[in-house]
Design a binder for this molecule. Structure first.
Ligand SMILES: Nc1ncnc2c1ncn2[C@@H]1O[C@H](COP(=O)(O)OP(=O)(O)O)[C@@H](O)[C@H]1O
Ligand SMILES: [Mg+2]
Length: 144
């Protein structure tokens, strides 16, 4: 397990950090992204998806729980489990194809749903973002 702590001072710097991580990901890998509201979770995931070749809009999946992308021959997904409870109540199998298989998945609010993501896929990294005043964020990337 390796941990890297970086302080960023702009969304671009956080995105660049994500791009670095994205370069090492393989099909089926899952990255968990934690932190308070506005800490930069979606900014981080957007940076990773851009590095993986996604060119269209990358919007936060807060209301849809999951968004899928396909770029450069790879299946990708971006989840926000904040509303997982509501979703699972509707149909628990609805999200089964969003993590695992050959898909590279990024998961915000992984702690919701008792680590649902870890049960569905191979978690290779945990990212934690924290506010550090103004535009500064402390970003911890832990590779498992
Ligand atoms: N260093 C930074 N890293 C990431 N985001 C930052 C940074 N500084 C300012 N921001 C801003 O903070 C907000 C983070 O929002 P978002 O990525 O949606 O957070 P979350 O998904 O954690 O709620 C964005 O408006 C972004 O531009
Ligand atoms: Mg978000």
């Amino acid at each position: 397990m390796r941990s890297a702590v970086t302080e960023t001072s702009s969304p671009e710097e956080t995105a660049a950090l994500a791009a670095e991580l994205a370069g090492s990901l393989r099909p089926g890998d899952v990255v968990l992204v934690s932190g308070d509201l506005g800490a930069g979770k979606s900014t981080f995931v957007r940076g990773a998806l851009r590095a993986l070749g996604v060119t269209g809009p990358v919007t936060s999946p807060t209301f849809t729980v999951s968004r899928r992308y396909h770029a450069e021959g790879r299946d990708l997904s971006h989840l926000d489990l904040y509303r997982l409870g509501d979703m699972a109540a509707e149909d628990p199998s609805l999200l089964d194809d969003e993590v695992g298989g050959d898909r590279i998945a990024f998961v915000e609010w992984p702690e919701v749903g008792e680590n649902w993501a870890a049960e569905h896929g191979r978690v290779v990294a945990r990212v934690r973002l924290d506010h550090a005043g103004g535009d500064r964020r402390v970003v911890v990337v832990e590779r498992l």
